[in-house]
Design a protein around this ligand. Structure first.
Ligand code: TYM
Length: 329
């Protein structure tokens, strides 16, 4: 029997190759065998201030990138989080299960709240909404990048605690985190992950960057001291990160890449890497271009996705309400 898979991406900024290599590529593989739901988590984006026009555009853009990356709406359910009201509803019930102490230990909250003038209470309870996303669908597997590990642990704890208190209600989900590529680092600073919210766009290669922009960003990417292209995450973090990107886009192993560039410098390697990424993204960009000519098609997919997801969510909500003692009218 196929397993239920759920994952989500926030519609903030344009997605980058970290999102693609860490998460979205896994989605396209999993949809072949498993029962997949892929969500655009717009409610999560609202935990920090958003311009309404920009948020609406980014939500549709993210949906377009899902499809352009190869997510097939005939195989997987693609939908917008806010179009299934049960996400926010279940989050409330789970907020009554999660504790202040465990939320206070979330490293991503600490990172995102430091040096901010004001911090919404939703940013603090963000991981509980994420648990609701996952548990609502009785999810077996959650493909994510390495940075979501702690949030996944929390989702498991919340599920187990609820089940213990009220009886078997939720499946306890397993994370699926890749080895190579689960944490793509910034091009400008290999000690920090590639991120949609980094200060400079030299930090990341966006999935819709033009070939020339990709070439420019790779040319300017930081490298390490020395001139040899070899993999050593500890002492050559920047070059190792570039090799990971090369490997994931070309399918060549790290050893093969190392051999190919033995005795050559960073310059040759970076030039080839730029072409590998340009070619790797070309099909995605072409499909995105085609999809943008048919906006209604995308809306139809999202509407159908919301109906399918909503029907599953309704079953879980019925059970949850019954278990906690909500009066049925
Ligand atoms: P988000 O939108 O920040 O990122 C989307 C996915 O991309 C992965 N990712 C990376 N992988 C490798 N290297 C990187 N530099 C990198 N940056 C991001 C993320 O791990 C993620 O898998 N909280 C989630 C969204 C979410 C979610 C969910 C995910 C909400 N509900 C339920 C799974 C299940 C987030 O902010 O992802």
């Amino acid at each position: 029997m196929s397993r239920r898979v759920f994952s989500g991406v926030q519609p903030t900024g344009t997605l980058h190759i970290g999102n693609y290599l860490g998460a979205i590529q896994q989605f396209t593989e999993l949809q072949q065998e498993e029962d997949c739901l892929f969500c655009i988590v717009d409610l999560h984006a609202l935990t920090v201030p958003q311009d309404p026009v920009v948020l609406r555009e980014a939500t549709l853009k993210t949906a377009g990138i899902y499809l352009a990356s190869g997510i097939d709406p005939k195989k997987a359910t693609v939908f917008i989080q806010s179009s299934v009201g049960a996400h926010a509803e279940l989050a409330w019930f789970l907020n009554c299960i999660a504790t202040f102490g465990e939320l206070n230990r979330m490293t991503q909250f600490k990172e995102k709240s430091t040096n901010q003038e004001t911090v919404s209470s939703a940013l603090f309870t963000y991981p509980v909404l994420m648990a609701a996303d996952i548990l609502l669908y009785q999810t077996d597997v959650v493909p994510v990048g390495d940075d979501q590990k702690q949030h996944l642990e929390l989702s498991r704890d919340i599920a187990q605690r609820f089940n213990h208190r009220y009886g078997e209600t939720f499946k306890v989900p397993e994370p699926k985190i890749l080895g190579v590529g689960s944490r793509i680092m910034g091009l400008d600073d290999a000690s920090k992950k590639m991120s949609k919210s980094a200060d400079t766009d030299l930090n990341r290669i966006e999935l819709l960057d033009s070939p020339d922009v990709i070439r420019k960003k790779i040319k300017r990417a930081v490298t390490d001291s020395g001139r040899d292209v070899y993999y050593d995450e500890e002492n050559k973090a920047a070059v190792s990160n570039l090799m990971t990107i090369y490997s994931r886009f070309s399918g060549d192993s790290l050893d093969t890449i190392q051999e190919r560039y033995a005795g050559k410098g960073y310059g040759d390697f970076k030039k080839d890497l730029a072409e590998v990424v340009v070619e790797g993204l070309r099909p995605l960009q072409g499909r995105y271009e085609e999809l943008s000519r048919e906006p209604q098609y995308l809306l139809d997919i999202l509407k159908e996705g919301a109906e399918k997801a909503g029907a599953i969510a309704e079953q879980t909500m019925k059970d949850v309400k019954e278990k906690v003692g909500i009066v049925r009218l």
